[in-house]
Every structure is written in C-alpha cells, then in structure tokens.
Design a protein around this ligand. Structure first.
Ligand code: BG6
Length: 364
C-alpha cells in the first residue's frame, strides 16, 4: 500500500530523487564525459552508422519521447523525432536500416507500443527499449535497451518512471553524441548536470506547499492552457496531460509561438495559462507572449528560472532550479506533477485511479 502517504502518486513523486539516482548509478563516465549503457548491445561502428532516431511511446511516454528527441538532436546532432506508437503501425511506415528505433514504456506491456516494436522488427529494423518493468513484453521483444530502475509504479499518472525515462534519454543522447562530435568538455558538463539532478528534484519537492496553494486556485478553472516553446513544448504537453488525467479539467497544450495563430481568441480572465519560460535563447520571445496573454486579462502562472527578468507582467511565478539547458525540461516538469496532484486532491478525485483510465492498456 501507499504507507504513510495518502496516495501512490504522492509516494511515487516523492521517490523521484532516489529513483533518479538509481537510473544514473554506474552509467556516468566522468572521465570521458559520456554515458555508459551496457544494455544497448551496439559497438562504436554501429553507433556511428545511425542516421536517424525514431522514438515511439503512448501518453506520457510519448511526451517524454519528444523531450528525448530534442536531447538526441541537440547532443548527438542526429535527426530525431517522437511519434505516438498507437498511430505508427497504421500508416505503413517505412523502416530504415540506419534508423535507431526506441520504444518507451513504463509497464513494457502497452499493446500499441508492443505492436509498433513488432512491426519494426518484422521489417528488419533495430529497436531498443526504455522500459521500467524487467522482463516485460516490450523489453523481451527489443534488440537491447535501458532499464529505468524506477521501482514499481502504481498510480496511473506516471511520475518517477517518466523522470527516469528522461534521464535514460539523456544518457543515450550523451553516448551517441560522444562517439560523434560532442566535445569531452560538453560531455563532462552534462555528466555534472546529471549528477546534480536528484538534489535539485528534492529542492522542487520541498517547495510543495506553495504549489499546493496555487493548485487550489487553478482547480476552479474549467479550462487551462499549458504553453512552451521548443524544449519547453513537450513539458507543456506533459503538464496538460497530467492535469486533465487526474483533475478532469480541460487542459490544452500549445506552442507559445502558435498562440497568436488561433487560441489567443480563447484567452480571458476565466482561462489561466501555465507558461514554461526557461532561461534560454527564447526567453525574450516567451516574455513577449506573456504580455499578449496578460493584455487579454488571462491569469498567468510562469515556470521559470530565478535569473529570468519577467518585467512587469502580472503573474504567479514559480522559480525552478536551473540545470544545464538541455536538462532543464525534466526539472520544469516536476512542479507540473505537483500542480495536477493538488488540483485533483482539492477536487476530491481518486488520484491513483482516474476515471476511464488504466495503468497499462493491453488491448487495442
Ligand atoms: C496510458 C496511461 O494508457 O499508458 C498513461 O494512462 C501512460 O499514463 C501510457 O503514460 C503509457 O504507458 P506505458 O506503461 O507504456 O509507459
């Protein structure tokens, strides 16, 4: 049972620092600034031959897959994208021998992801798995992989497994990057950043009270936007997913840059926006978009870093500890778990078993 905790989701959120340590343990090569992933089963020549990375998963695994695709593109400079595994097989996909396919799944039993893996292998492609449950169907079907070591996850809404998926992708991207053009200095910078993450996750969890207060206000809204750009967009998608899954409020994710091409028409004092605004090359543009929202009376919650100047924008600000820019998405994701959790709790919902959902969907 959830022990002293009122729900498995809360227990699993609080386990994230130790779960993160487990997925990193023995996999950080500080000397060469690279990841050490024994289960990939690929030599340096095979690794260098990869021309593209295609990531497949469902639900939260799909959104963290988008974060993973950014990591691979940024660190390894290999074109990468994520796709919903539930759609993949139905468009008769072209399977390429020099593409590395990556299946992401907490349970390792999600039928849509499993069928995607089987389709790729039937057509001669190589698939690796990022899977939490050892010996699960997807893990068995893959050519190799990275176990996530998050420990059992019971709540339908994935938290610690999702965080470890991100870390798994970071290790993979680092390893792919270091056999290509990623410098040893950058490799070491990222290794140091990864080692600091468990402590930074703890820092976010320690700020739970302020997030709970904010969630109480957000729970009253019928509809919310979650917005972010580039690295921040999958964070927004995952944030909206969590919010709708357990609070049953309509939460929609959008690229901040696309707001003006449609959804701005919906912004009003009744529709809060949760904006992801990290300190990066897009900060100024993101802040300009906040002004657009504020000018229409839209209430704003901004997840940002302490050194970001938001100017005069009226908002509730959440400062998230800053990591290396490539790793920031996972730290920005964690406060969104807490927001969704506390909103659902205020609304009195069954947090671990949201209506109409199952932890792993094993029928098509
Ligand atoms: C969904 C769950 O059906 O399956 C999501 O509701 C989950 O929370 C998704 O992210 C994928 O599950 P898994 O086990 O493949 O990661």
């Amino acid at each position: 049972d959830a022990g002293e905790h009122d729900s498995f989701m809360r227990k699993e959120m609080l386990e994230q620092p130790s779960a993160a340590e487990r997925v990193l343990r023995g996999r950080l090569d500080e000397r060469f600034g690279t990841g050490h992933l024994g289960g990939l089963d690929m030599d340096a020549r095979e690794t260098r031959a990869i021309k593209r990375v295609k990531i497949l998963g469902c639900g939260s695994a799909y959104y963290v897959g988008q974060m993973g695709a950014s990591l691979v593109e940024e660190l390894a400079r290999i074109p990468a994208d994520a796709e919903a595994a539930s759609e993949f097989r139905y468009r008769n996909p072209v399977i390429e021998p020099d593409t590395l396919y990556v299946a992401v799944s907490q349970s390792g039993e999600t039928i849509d992801t499993l069928l995607a893996v089987q389709e790729i292998r039937r057509k001669g492609g190589r698939v690796i798995g990022l899977v939490n449950v050892v010996g699960s169907a997807i893990a068995r079907e893959c050519d190799g992989g990275i176990y996530l070591h998050a420990g059992p996850e019971v709540a339908v809404a994935s938290t610690k497994a999702l965080t470890n998926m991100f870390l798994g992708f970071a290790l993979l991207a680092l390893q792919l990057g270091r056999v290509r053009d990623l410098s040893i200095a950058d490799g070491k910078r990222l290794i140091a950043g990864l080692s600091r993450l468990p402590e930074q996750i703890q820092e976010i969890l320690d700020g739970e009270e302020a997030l709970a207060a904010l969630a109480t206000d957000l729970a009253g809204a019928e509809s919310l936007f979650f917005v972010g750009r580039v690295r921040g967009f999958p964070v927004a998608r995952e944030g909206a997913q969590k919010f709708k899954e357990i609070s049953y409020r309509h939460a929609e994710a959008y690229q901040t840059s696309e707001l003006k091409h449609g959804p701005l028409a919906l912004i009003s004092p009744e529709v809060p926006t949760i904006a992801i605004v990290p300190a990066d090359e897009l900060t100024d543009r993101n802040v300009a978009a906040l002004h657009e929202i504020a000018a229409r009376g839209g209430p704003l919650v901004v997840l940002t870093h302490a050194d970001v100047d938001l100017g005069e924008v009226p908002c509730r600000r959440i400062d998230v500890p800053r990591s290396e820019r490539e790793l920031d998405p996972i730290l920005l994701t964690i406060p969104l778990q807490l927001l969704a959790f506390h909103a659902a709790q205020v609304l009195g919902h069954d947090i671990d078993k949201p209506r109409n959902l199952a932890k792993s969907v094993t029928v098509e």
